[in-house]
Write a protein that binds this ligand. Structure first.
Ligand SMILES: Nc1nc2c(c(=O)[nH]1)N[C@H]1C(S)=C(S)[C@@H](COP(=O)(O)OP(=O)(O)OC[C@H]3O[C@@H](n4cnc5c(=O)[nH]c(N)nc54)[C@H](O)[C@@H]3O)O[C@H]1N2
Ligand SMILES: Nc1nc2c(c(=O)[nH]1)N[C@H]1C(S)=C(S)[C@@H](COP(=O)(O)OP(=O)(O)OC[C@H]3O[C@@H](n4cnc5c(=O)[nH]c(N)nc54)[C@H](O)[C@@H]3O)O[C@H]1N2
Ligand SMILES: [Mo]
Length: 764
């Protein structure tokens, strides 16, 4: 066995000083309540001051305000509360609205070699980036640079490449539709489809599975469907933390008599009970019970569980025969496969009793309107695409697509990740999109598929890519195999980060490196001397406008659109006559092109001007038509495999705390799981503690083992005895990303298997 050959400082040196105060208490049994209001108000006041707090929080998610950037959950079209946000939305807004700034003096005082040793929490906490900065090859400091010189530097690096495919254009899912459209146009006019995005690490498995089975890679429900469902299934998702506004929708459904089935290895507080802080009963701490049944499944047991549910439904004839006959293909093969299910294998894979599974199937059999929700606990597994195929199988069996109160509901993460895809941020965008793009702008877009996130790392690592541009996000920390990813970025000729806050990706600079500071969602965008608005799409395909109100964090900030048009113009000049300056001066010009290029967006500028925007077409939802090659929805057959780990090893899932947004660590608490002032914890079952000879409070190193024989390490975690199935442990990301091997990816979608990492513990 060898260790990772890399000079990167070990993450242990990046531990936050506050971590020495780590305290562990009891996990909560309900979410939100008065405490959530207190936390959001105190964060807002501390970071933004009273005036900005009021302005920002009152326009959040209002029809005429800005779209919350904390998740992709939809806004209600009617009955919006004055405060249509949640604790974590308020945290995201406060974080962006922070008054501290990071400008030239900061970078003069702090060399990169010093910043590298700071934690992710510390880095972002320093404040908003205010000036374009450059790090020239060999220097240890970032220095100020003018916008024009920055654009010229990008252009000269891009022009020096021997092929456009040596450039990688990454996008994080906060970029607006306008920015995303301009960005993909630029990449393709430059000559490459290398457009990896955060989706590759997130819901890619969903997009692949749904495109293959129902013909469109998006969910099939509206918010109204959730309200009207009589059974809501929530697998691999922690909405109390990551989509708190979803709890309000669940509360409405419960009041209408819905049942909730939660499927999760951890008993997450937000799935148990909700005290709605927007209602007096919630503030008084009574609230609504949520999950009626809780299947505490073993990690990755979902495929087996859903095969069992399909099997039991078939056995009792709970089948919508008319739907199956009219709208699907492949039923017979699937039914033959599922009939002789190996029950013992199901019990082994899920860790559940057969009786529990039967009771869950009973819920399905007796429900008329079923909505099935899922997130990262499903998508970030090796067999994720197959598992989501099983979700679809069960939905097709019962005819749960394209009827009120029913459907498939992948719950997206980043607030505009779905919109970015619609706008063509996709390394494998369909030819029809490229045809329309080429026709609109008079050029022949490249046809060869580009790199996804993992392929981009490999290309950089192997010297096949030389320039990395990040439109938002924090690729260095978000991507798997931290040491490999960081080294890959460092080997680039140029890295460019278009960002709001300082993060790890600014410190893994290529030979030359640029930080280009941009406006956030909350800020007024006055590009071209007029107040501009942008548009976004939520998890349920609803598109609407977003307009920030607050004063930008500094006078030198530019909007994402403006920056991208600057790069486009500097690099391509007037090649193909793309009107970069006009696009930046008036975003309506971009929307006119979107209207002609993007399917479903005809008359775009007009439709987004309507109150509340519009919803994109979704043929399965709208008319039960399935745009697959077969013209019908497709049952898929997958083998039932029981994933096992070697003796003495554990399966680690890497998750979010209640006090972070992805790699942005707001604070060191995870209130619902009973953790205060620390993040380096491993949640482990009492049975594993006993079997491996440890006690709660012991400290360990985590060592991940993978086929390549390289040992990946993350140092110094406190063991926390926790209610999790035996063999399944959990710890926070991004600290544990050094453990996820780059090549450990979901089949067909390439998503890093962030919820399945085989580890052993080593005593400190
Ligand atoms: N406040 C806040 N909001 C966010 C984010 C954030 O970081 N902070 N991130 C945004 C983004 S980009 C995304 S993608 C979403 C993420 O939203 P989630 O998917 O809710 O995020 P995770 O923390 O990864 O939680 C995964 C859940 O899946 C469960 N799980 C793990 N493995 C399995 C399994 O094998 N089977 C089952 N059934 N369950 C499993 C875990 O116990 C956990 O409850 O949230 C978005 N919203
Ligand atoms: N181990 C493990 N790894 C994971 C996951 C996991 O569950 N486990 N989850 C994966 C998932 S689901 C996702 S989506 C990815 C997230 O990957 P990313 O989207 O790349 O990461 P974020 O942490 O959301 O990016 C944070 C940075 O975005 C910048 N930013 C914030 N707002 C704006 C804005 O308005 N404009 C611009 N231009 N920049 C802005 C700030 O500089 C901030 O530092 O991580 C993935 N990685
Ligand atoms: Mo995500």
């Amino acid at each position: 066995m060898s260790t990772t050959p890399d000079a990167t400082p070990a993450p242990a040196t990046r531990v936050d000083a506050e971590e020495s105060h780590l305290r562990v208490g009891r996990p909560a049994t309900h979410a939100a309540g008065l405490k959530a209001v207190r936390v959001s108000m105190s964060r807002a006041l501390k970071q933004m001051g009273p005036v900005k707090s009021a302005r920002n929080l009152l326009t959040l998610n209002q029809v005429d305000g800005f779209d919350c950037m904390s998740c992709a959950w939809p806004d209600p079209t009617d009955h919006r509360h004055t405060a249509e946000f949640c604790e974590n939305g308020a945290k995201a807004v406060s974080w962006e609205g922070q008054r501290d700034t990071v400008g030239p003096e900061f970078f003069a005082a702090h060399p990169i070699s010093e910043l590298e040793r700071q934690s992710d929490h510390w880095l972002e906490k320093q404040g908003r980036l205010t000036h374009p900065m450059v790090r020239r090859a060999g220097a240890d400091h970032y220095q100020p640079i003018s916008w024009d010189a920055a654009f010229a530097l990008v252009a000269s690096h891009l022009q020096a490449l021997s092929s456009p495919d040596e450039a990688v254009f990454y996008t994080s899912g906060r970029a607006s539709n306008e920015a995303a459209f301009v960005y993909q146009l630029f990449a393709r006019a430059f000559g490459t489809n290398n457009l990896p995005d955060c989706s590759n690490m997130c819901h890619e498995s969903t997009s692949v599975a749904l495109a293959r089975t129902i013909g469109i890679g998006k969910g099939s429900v509206s918010l109204q469907d959730i309200h009207e469902a009589d059974l809501i299934v929530i697998s691999g998702q922690n909405p109390g933390t990551n989509h708190p506004r979803m709890l309000s929708a669940l509360e409405i459904a419960k009041q209408h008599g819905a049942k909730i089935l939660a499927i999760n290895p951890l008993r997450e507080a937000g799935l148990l009970r909700f005290d709605n802080p927007q209602k007096p009963t919630g503030l008084a701490g009574r609230g609504t019970g949520l999950a009626d049944r809780y299947l505490q499944i073993r990690s990755n047991g979902d495929l087996a569980l859903w095969q069992a549910i399909g099997h039991l439904l078939l056995e009792r004839g709970a089948v919508d025969r008319d739907f199956v006959a009219r709208h699907t293909v492949g039923f017979d093969a699937w039914a033959a496969h599922i009939r002789d299910l190996d029950r013992a294998a199901v019990v082994a894979a899920t860790g559940l009793d057969w009786a529990e599974i039967e009771a869950a199937a009973e819920l399905f059999a007796t429900s008329q309107r079923i909505v099935n929700c899922w997130a990262m606990g499903i998508t970030q597994h090796r067999n994720a695409v197959a598992t989501i195929g099983e979700f679809v199988n069960v939905a097709l069996l019962q005819g749960m697509i394209g009827k009120p109160g029913a459907g498939l509901c992948p719950v997206r993460g980043h607030s505009n990740v779905q919109g970015d895809r619609t706008m063509g941020i996709w390394e494998k965008v369909p030819d029809a999109f490229l045809d329309a793009l080429g026709a609109e702008f008079g050029f022949a877009p490249p046809r060869e598929h580009g790199h996804d996130a993992a392929a981009a790392v490999r290309a950089l690592r192997d010297g096949k890519a030389r320039v990395f541009i990040g439109l938002g996000g924090n690729f260095a920390a978000a991507m798997s195999d931290t040491h490999v990813t960081e080294a890959a970025l460092r080997s680039a000729a140029l890295t460019v980060q278009i960002s709001t806050k300082l993060n790890r990706s600014h410190l893994t600079a290529g030979h030359d490196a640029l930080i280009l500071p941009t406006l956030g969602r909350t800020e007024q965008d006055r590009t071209g001397g007029r107040v501009q608005r942008v548009t976004v799409e939520d998890s349920m395909s609803a598109v609407h406008a977003s307009r920030g109100r607050s004063e930008p964090a500094g006078p030198h900030l530019r909007s994402e659109v403006d920056i991208l048009c600057g790069i486009g113009s500097a690099t391509l000049g007037d090649r193909y006559g793309i009107p970069w300056a006009d696009f930046a001066a008036d975003y309506s010009r971009i929307r006119q092109s979107i209207g002609r290029v993007v399917p479903g967006c005809e008359a775009y500028d007009e439709k987004i001007s309507r109150r509340g925007g519009f919803t994109l077409p979704h043929p399965p939802r709208d008319t039960r038509t399935f745009p697959t090659p077969e013209g019908k929805a497709v049952f898929t057959v997958s083998p039932l495999e029981v994933a096992t780990v070697p003796e003495g090893r554990l399966v680690l899932q890497t998750i979010r705390s209640h006090d972070q947004f992805n790699t942005t660590v707001y604070g060191l608490d995870d209130r619902y799981r009973g953790i205060r002032s620390g993040r380096r914890v491993v949640f482990i079952s009492p049975a594993d503690l006993a079997e491996l000879g440890y006690r709660d409070g012991d400290h360990v190193h985590l060592v991940s083992e993978w086929d390549d024989g390289i040992e990946r390490r993350a140092e110094n975690f406190r063991l926390v005895s926790y209610d999790t199935p035996k063999g399944c442990v959990a710890a926070y990301y991004p600290e544990t990303n050094p453990l996820v091997p780059l090549d450990s990816q979901a089949l067909d979608s390439g998503t890093p298997t962030s919820k399945w990492v085989v580890v052993r513990l080593e005593r400190v």
